[in-house]
Write a protein that binds this ligand. Structure first.
Ligand SMILES: *[C@@H]1O[C@H](CO)[C@@H](O)[C@H](O)[C@H]1NC(C)=O
Ligand SMILES: *[C@@H]1O[C@H](CO)[C@@H](O)[C@H](O)[C@H]1NC(C)=O
Ligand SMILES: *[C@@H]1O[C@H](CO)[C@@H](O)[C@H](O)[C@H]1NC(C)=O
Ligand SMILES: *[C@@H]1O[C@H](CO)[C@@H](O)[C@H](O)[C@H]1NC(C)=O
Ligand SMILES: *[C@@H]1O[C@H](CO)[C@@H](O)[C@H](O)[C@H]1NC(C)=O
Ligand SMILES: *[C@@H]1O[C@H](CO)[C@@H](O)[C@H](O)[C@H]1NC(C)=O
Ligand SMILES: *[C@@H]1O[C@H](CO)[C@@H](O)[C@H](O)[C@H]1NC(C)=O
Ligand SMILES: *[C@@H]1O[C@H](CO)[C@@H](O)[C@H](O)[C@H]1NC(C)=O
Ligand SMILES: *[C@@H]1O[C@H](CO)[C@@H](O)[C@H](O)[C@H]1NC(C)=O
Ligand SMILES: *[C@@H]1O[C@H](CO)[C@@H](O)[C@H](O)[C@H]1NC(C)=O
Ligand SMILES: *[C@@H]1O[C@H](CO)[C@@H](O)[C@H](O)[C@H]1NC(C)=O
Ligand SMILES: *[C@@H]1O[C@H](CO)[C@@H](O)[C@H](O)[C@H]1NC(C)=O
Length: 830
């Protein structure tokens, strides 16, 4: 459908406008009610390019006097009626939505014919950002063909343009603000070209992939206020001469490149106007930021400082001292710098203008201390506080909620906090994300927190020593994420009369929950539910699996009874299904084959009957990387979540402007897990009968098959030799007969092989891999013998039935790897 929008702007305008245009032309531009006809014509031509009629509804030419100056997104000079400002931001509906990996995906994005803007001789501002424009068409024989003599601000950010457009822009000599962030510019940094635009005040090339060094000629741009090269691939040393000669600089963003060497902040000493400094996260081993040597005094007052992931002040790793003179700071990010020493409480207490403070990923120790004086309560503007992943001890201050009542995001995870959750957290009525995970916090969840924090969307309390029930938390409407695994919670999970939930991610595994889930349960939004390792009983409610977006369900290690609910078979996107170690009964339905995207199927240790469906071959069982991210967590939800809320998409960014994204620079960075699943099939310890379908041999993505402890009969399928990456095959404790297929010797990766306690005959295998398997793999097969020098020695039954698994069984893990991708720079700041 997006192909339709691929517009080359070839529509003949005469046909579109017809008589209307001719009429306006006749009366000329002197008509006070109208805008200039050629300008109007261009606007209509622009609109016609989008087949979407709901777009730009006021741009219609139904009346000869229709004045395009009155149209939405158009501003004219009131006296001359020339268009001066065109705000065509975000028209392409999908243009502002990064895909799972945070990369903009423009599908079949439209092209932009520059000739269209030629009539706008008085145009001062042209905003074409967030439109996914792929091509920029202009006359290659005439580089000055885009003559927009008045253009001062040109915003082409968040499109899909390539570097070819740059050369063309160099001719726009009146430009002051050039915003090209988040496009597809690759190759050498076009320094000399850019330097021709001496009059530039704003130059934003962030979020492209430019290489090379910062050209020294940039130093000639003495009017430059805002320079943003973040998230490119620039390398070399950052030139001291260059930076210190940019005397008008207010905003400098260089993070996310490959710059090398020591960058001493002393070179910024004389930039009196500097307000925003963003540096760090260099893809180079040698880059470090030095703030103490040589000594310097700042002549500026910063409002925003991001120095992250860059070894500040190695090897002492001391907190930058110049911060103590920066009283206007609103936004501080010193995350992931290995900073040491006591937690800098003064940053929290003395800087009352602070809106966001990121100190996560350092080695700060000792305590969080807030003054007890109630006069200071609520003075703070702080919206975001992230002190996760440090070594901070002690309790969370009792008055934390009174001190920071405006917090929307609080992350203290991965520290050593202990004691109870302070009741004052209830004062944070705008809190959206609370992360207390992985500490030693004890006691119960105070009910008034749940009631007080009425905005709470995501609650992380996993890996603590919390106890009591979670009933009030679970009942909280609008909670999308509850991660409460590995605590000491108990009692029923859900009150029997509660049915409807908004959870997208629910992890209550590893607690001591008991009782049955209500049969009316409706988890229609759920994507991930982990309840494993509790004492849950009763039937699995159909409504637990109501969501057709479900990705992972783990109910293993409980006492669930009854049949596998039918509703499960509708969850087409299900990737993980683990129901092992319960008391499930009934036939193993061939409907299970409808779950084509499964990678892990574990139904082991239940009482399932019937045979193994041959249609299992329809399931992908492909080990693959899966991007699992908690929604929005790092993104500081100053942006309200909208209904497009989606754990795997980021619809909520659509259409937000630079001004709305208060914490610019960080707004599209997010946490995520890349989880590498191996593919497993475990149907062991049930009551399955019949033969092993030869079709299982086509599940070539499987790493492990466990069909042991059933009543399977017949032969081991020869087709198993096609399971080329199989590492573990356990068929023990069945009634399999016949010979072990010789072809299995092809299974090069096989590390675990167990066919013990069957009815096999013939000889054991002795190919390369098979040399490593000893008697325990074969015992309990009276007619099976070792193939030694043509003498057949029967396999021994050492009597230890069931203890047959090889010691390295545990090497097969459910999760091979979990990589923290944080932050994943998606798109740089605007
Ligand atoms: C761009 O627009 C101009 C004027 O409308 C037209 O002459 C030209 O053919 C267009 N170019 C392309 C490639 O569509
Ligand atoms: C190049 O384009 C400009 C603007 O459209 C025009 O004024 C000029 O005559 C063109 N030059 C040539 C050589 O065609
Ligand atoms: C710009 O700066 C460079 C280096 O400082 C200098 O050589 C050059 O003459 C200056 N002027 C221009 C137009 O690049
Ligand atoms: C800043 O200005 C002072 C006084 O003019 C001068 O001594 C110093 O070298 C300058 N520092 C830098 C980094 O340009
Ligand atoms: C910084 O300022 C302090 C006090 O104003 C002064 O004593 C010191 O010499 C200054 N340091 C530098 C490097 O200018
Ligand atoms: C913070 O404020 C307190 C009290 O006003 C003051 O004593 C202390 O020196 C300040 N610390 C810093 C680093 O500004
Ligand atoms: C828990 O936090 C500690 C630091 O206190 C860290 O070393 C550990 O890796 C964290 N565990 C998890 C599962 O994140
Ligand atoms: C919860 O744990 C605390 C100690 O951390 C204990 O005093 C309290 O009795 C426990 N409550 C329950 C319901 O087990
Ligand atoms: C779990 O709860 C049951 C009661 O439901 C109780 O008997 C048992 O002791 C609890 N186990 C733990 C480890 O707390
Ligand atoms: C479950 O909830 C969804 C959304 O609220 C609703 O559309 C659906 O009808 C409910 N299903 C049942 C079985 O109640
Ligand atoms: C297969 O499953 C059984 C029981 O369900 C278990 O004892 C055995 O260790 C498993 N085999 C492998 C190789 O993991
Ligand atoms: C095992 O299979 C044989 C046929 O291969 C059959 O005669 C026998 O009854 C089966 N034993 C059991 C316990 O199912």
């Amino acid at each position: 459908m997006f192909e339709d929008m691929k517009c080359r702007w070839k529509k003949p305008w005469v046909m579109l406008m017809g008589a209307t245009v001719l009429m306006s032309q006749t009366f000329g531009s002197s008509i006070s009610s109208g805008c200039f006809p050629e300008e109007k014509r261009s606007l209509l031509e622009f609109k016609a390019c989008y087949s979407d009629d709901s777009l730009l509804p006021s741009w219609v030419d139904d009346d000869p006097n229709s004045n395009c100056c009155e149209w939405e997104r158009v501003t004219c000079d009131p006296s001359a009626n020339h268009v001066t400002n065109l705000n065509l931001h975000g028209l392409y509906k999908h243009g502002s939505m990064p895909n799972h990996y945070g990369v903009f995906d423009c599908y079949g994005s439209p092209s932009l014919n520059s000739s269209l803007f030629l009539p706008f001789k008085q145009l001062r501002t042209l905003d074409l950002s967030f439109n996914c424009f792929g091509d920029f068409i202009w006359n290659p024989d005439n580089r000055s063909s885009l003559s927009l003599p008045s253009l001062e601000t040109f915003d082409l950010s968040h499109n899909n343009l390539d570097e070819g457009v740059l050369e063309f822009l160099f001719g726009l000599t009146s430009l002051k603000n050039l915003i090209l962030a988040a496009n597809n510019f690759i190759g050498l940094f076009p320094g000399q070209g850019i330097c021709r635009l001496k009059q530039l005040e704003v130059l934003d090339l962030g979020g492209n992939d430019l290489e090379g060094t910062l050209d020294i000629c940039l130093g000639n741009m003495s009017s430059l206020r805002d320079l943003d090269f973040s998230d490119n691939s620039l390398s070399g040393k950052i030139s001291t001469t260059l930076i210190s000669s940019l005397v008008s600089l207010e905003h400098l963003s260089l993070y996310g490149n490959r710059f090398e060497g020591v960058f001493s902040l002393s070179i910024l000493a004389n930039l009196t106007k500097l307000k925003v400094l963003q540096i760090g996260d260099m893809d180079s081993k040698t880059f470090e930021v030095q703030t103490e040597n040589p000594p310097w005094n700042a002549s500026f007052q910063l409002e925003q400082l991001n120095i992250f992931s860059c070894n500040i002040n190695s090897p002492t790793y001391r907190t930058p001292s110049f911060l103590s003179s920066q009283h206007r700071l609103e936004y501080v990010d010193l995350s992931k710098n290995n900073l040491v020493g006591e937690f800098p409480n003064w940053l929290l207490v003395n800087y009352t203008k602070l809106k966001a403070l990121y100190l996560n990923g350092n080695f700060f120790t000792r305590y969080i201390k807030l003054p007890s004086d109630p006069i200071l309560h609520g003075k703070d503007q702080l919206l975001v506080l992230d002190i996760s992943s440090n070594n901070i001890q002690g309790k969370l201050p009792n008055n934390i909620g009174f001190f920071f009542p405006n917090l929307e995001y609080l992350d203290v995870s991965n520290n050593m906090f202990e004691g109870y959750i302070p009741a004052s957290i209830r004062e944070m009525s705008n809190l959206k994300v609370l992360n207390l995970g992985n500490n030693s916090i004890s006691g119960s969840i105070p009910e008034h927190i749940v009631n007080g924090c009425s905005s709470l969307l995501h609650l992380f309390i996993e890996d603590n020593q919390l106890n009591g029930t979670l009933l009030s938390c679970i009942a909280k409407p609008g909670l999308y994420t509850l991660s409460a695994s590995r605590n000491n919670f108990e009692g029923p999970i859900i009150a029997q009369d509660k049915c409807q939930f908004d959870f997208i991610f629910l992890d209550l595994s590893g607690n001591n929950f008991s009782g049955a889930l209500p049969s009316c349960l409706n988890m229609s939004s759920a994507k991930i539910i982990y309840l494993q390792g509790n004492g849950l009983t009763g039937a699995i409610p159909e409504g637990l699996l109501n969501s057709n977006r479900m990705l992972a369900l783990d109910l293993s290690d409980n006492n669930f009874e009854g049949a596998i609910p039918e509703s499960i078979y509708g969850s087409e996107s299900l990737t993980l299904l683990l129901l092992g170690r319960n008391q499930l009964q009934g036939h193993l339905s061939s409907q299970i084959c409808e779950l084509r995207n499964l990678q892990i199927l574990d139904l082991s240790q239940n009482s399932l009957t019937g045979s193994i469906p041959s249609c299992l071959e329809n399931i992908r069982f492909a080990g693959r990387r899966q991007f699992l991210n908690f929604p929005n967590i790092d993104i500081i939800n100053l942006i309200p979540l909208n209904s497009e809320y989606d754990m795997f998409g980021f619809g909520m960014y659509a259409g937000y402007t630079k001004e709305q994204l208060i914490l610019k620079g960080r707004y599209l960075l997010y946490h995520g897990y890349i989880v590498e699943f191996v593919s497993l099939l475990d149907l062991s310890s049930n009551r399955l009968t019949g033969e092993i379908p030869h079709q299982l041999g086509d599940l070539s993505g499987l790493i492990s098959i466990n069909l042991s402890h059933n009543h399977l009969s017949g032969a081991i399928p020869e087709s198993f030799h096609k399971l080329q990456i199989l590492e573990s095959l356990d068929l023990s404790n069945n009634n399999l007969s016949g010979q072990i297929p010789l072809e299995l010797q092809d299974l090069y990766y096989l590390a675990v092989f167990n066919v013990s306690y069957n009815n096999l005959s013939g000889r054991v295998l002795n190919g390369e891999q098979f040399e490593t398997f000893d008697n325990s793999s074969y015992q309990g097969n009276p007619y099976l013998c070792w193939n030694n020098d043509n003498k057949c020695t029967p396999t021994i039954d050492d009597g230890k039935k069931g203890a047959a698994a090889a010691p390295h069984v545990t090497a097969i893990l459910v999760l091979i790897a979990i990589l923290w991708i944080n932050p994943l720079p998606a798109v740089s700041m605007l």
